[in-house]
Design a protein around this ligand. Sequence first.
Ligand code: ZN
Ligand code: ZN
Ligand code: ZN
Length: 360
Amino acid sequence: MERLERARRLAGEAGIDALLVTPGADLRYLTGYAAKPLERLTCLVVPADGQPFLVAPTLEVSAAEAAGVAVEIVAWNETDDPFALLAGRLGPARRIALDDEMWASRVLALRDRLPEAEQVLAGPVLTQLRMRKDAAEIEALREAAAAIDRVHARMGEWLRAGRTEREVGHDIARAIIDEGHEHVDFVIVGSGPNGASPHHEVSDRVIETGDPVVVDIGGTTPAGYCSDSTRNYLVGGPPDPRYAEAYDVLHEAQAAQRAYARPGVSAESVDRVGREIIAAAGFGDLFIHRTGHGIGTQTHEEPYIVEGNDLVLEPGMAFSIEPGIYHPGRFGARIEDIAVCTDDGLEVLNRTERRLVVLG
Ligand code: ZN
Ligand code: ZN
Ligand code: ZN
């Protein structure tokens, strides 16, 4: 309820009459209810003045209650119009804020039922809350990081020459669950030239001796928090000399960013610290993405660690530090840790070896 109260207050300050939040990370954050995104409308309404309520289909009421939803549940039956019900309960509103991921069909239905209300995004308000993690959330992120670290520590069981990326990926996915996640969010096994595509997942390419392999993996724990860590493995050896050179530079850049990031510095300056090192070594054109993203109940959320984001980091902000160097057709490398700003520094949550790990 404390989160709802803070959301209500921030909405009021932003001149918003009500926040409308459908199933997704925002709803779970505010109510604890990880509702499935189904075709029947479930929507939390947080009026700036007045009590919050959850509009939900009758058949979902027991699930909402079991999840501990602490606001009044306004149930609608199969043949009711839930949008009319919501609009009637809310009353006149000049400005309503919709969660950033609300389906377009709902946005338009709400426009029909509340024609006087200006629609704005709730993201700016909810981000203010979700970006600043409390102690329990940081502990949940620590547990997620430890779980993915245990998977990386076992990589030698699966990653070797003669196997396909897909085979290795299946084993990793099973281990992500076995080591303490509730579900697997992504498994990237980028071997040899496939490492040059940052969001390559897996393919039927057979891993060869001497291949560098980018392994970027993450899942969500039962507490609802995400892990995300990238490490680099060399299958047999020796590596392409150009790769070895790039990897050293990348390692130095990522270490410099970890040493630099702390409360009081801007998100973009963290990006710059690493980019300058990579550019000075001649690899600037090959660092083709931002340094990182916030993380919490979603793998990618605010704050983004990118040029142009002058947001000043604060204690409790959690984000990835993941510079990369991608040589098209040849190799790629990325080192990724999740870190949280403490009161006066940075706690890096992932702890596995960041140097190139030689396997098999
Ligand atoms: Zn990514
Ligand atoms: Zn990431
Ligand atoms: Zn990642």
